[in-house]
Design a protein around this ligand. Structure first.
Ligand code: ACO
Length: 332
């Protein structure tokens, strides 16, 4: 086994969101809410909802095709697929295996990794580790979620916040003499707060039964206020730590791509990091919180809009169920 010391580059990105738009106005016909309440509390205007035929794997495969094309590669070049999701097509096999067959990427080793909304940063660090073994050349990382399938559409405190979609990237080692790449990661977790945001049913603790369905155990549950407080604290800590540990100043970052959960959380982060909000890439008004898909969709949009250029230093930062959190520094 050879171990490589060259940095890992993000070779190409892609994203996919379903065409069906659900506006705040539409939601006010389903639950007792209003555009005013949702927008002022979260910054969300609308979200995308997958059709019956669209699943976490099909959306992930569409995002992946664009990422592979952007990287100038073909499916035969992909030797590993890692999917980050908390809404897999099914408990097993992994969504990554389902994506593999849809892509025809027969040479790829496949697995899922579950770190909720921090999932994309976790799979990026996992991919980096695999690439550094020297055994894999191109790892496809995908954050994909069909959260509409696990939302309680009678619970106005959660169903207004989330949406569906997928984002992907191809990672590989930098060539000899090539500049840029992933500089560092800082991940964290605190399982003692698992019940702030969870789905109790569907696993071995509460398998599906008539009673589990009656008790609505197969839907996402959240204590929003507590999650909010943790989110602001852990995201700012992770971001400040990673910037300082790498001898950088916040003003040297060209762009921050935060997990798109709530505008007020992002504004608090902007204040704590002393980075103007204009340098944050934001799209939560269009998609809501798409969990593991949120950062890769935003990254892909930012890259395609020319907001991330060669040599730019960018910060990705997320938090989610677990609780989990993470930050990544990248030189483009
Ligand atoms: N429409 C209208 N009223 C509502 C709605 C709604 N959709 N939801 C709640 N309310 C009401 C509540 O019932 C409450 O009414 P009451 O005062 O009469 O009891 C009132 O609004 C205030 O409710 P709070 O929950 O205290 O509202 P808050 O200001 O905290 O905002 C929110 C709620 C937006 C959920 C906020 O707490 C938040 O953003 N938390 C973080 C959530 C988050 O980002 N989660 C994602 C984690 S990432 C992952 O891994 C999935």
């Amino acid at each position: 086994m050879s171990t490589a010391t060259r940095p890992v580059k993000i070779r190409g990105t892609g994203s996919f969101t379903p065409s069906k738009v659900l506006t705040n106005e539409d939601l006010s016909k389903i639950v007792d809410t209003s555009d005013e309440w949702i927008y002022t509390r979260t910054g969300i205007k609308e979200r995308r909802i997958a059709s019956e035929e669209e699943t976490t794997s099909t959306m992930g495969a569409e995002a992946a095709k664009k990422a592979i094309a952007a990287a100038g590669l073909t499916v035969d070049d992909i030797d590993m697929i890692i999917v980050g999701t908390m809404s897999p097509d099914m408990p097993f096999p992994s969504t990554a295996c389902l994506v593999q067959t849809q892509l025809g990427a027969r040479k790829a080793v496949c697995m899922d990794l579950q770190a909720a909304c921090s999932g994309f940063l976790y799979i990026m660090e996992a991919a980096t580790g695999f690439l550094c073994t020297g055994r894999y050349r191109n790892v496809l990382v995908i954050g994909s979620e069909k959260l509409s399938s696990i939302l309680d559409w009678q619970d106005r405190t959660t169903c207004v916040l989330f949406g569906d979609g997928a984002g992907a990237a191809v990672l590989s080692l930098a060539e000899e003499g090539e500049s840029g790449g992933i500089i560092d990661f800082s991940l964290g977790a605190d399982g003692s707060n698992a019940e702030l945001l969870y789905m109790p049913g569907g696993g071995c603790a509460i398998p599906a039964s008539e009673s589990s369905i009656q008790q609505r155990h197969h839907f996402l549950k959240m204590r929003g206020r507590e999650v909010y407080k943790h989110a602001v604290r852990v995201m700012s800590q992770a971001a400040i730590e990673i910037v300082e540990q790498n001898g950088l100043r916040a003003d040297q970052l060209s762009c921050v791509i935060p997990h798109q959960a709530n505008m007020r959380i992002i504004e608090a982060l902007s204040t704590r990091l002393s980075i103007p909000i204009e340098r944050f890439y934001l799209n939560l008004d269009k998609y809501g919180n798409t969990s593991a898909a949120s950062i890769p969709i935003a990254l892909d949009e930012a890259v395609r809009a020319g907001k991330v250029k060669q040599g730019d230093k960018i910060l990705l930062v997320a938090f989610g169920a677990g609780l989990t959190w993470g930050a990544a520094l990248v030189e483009w």
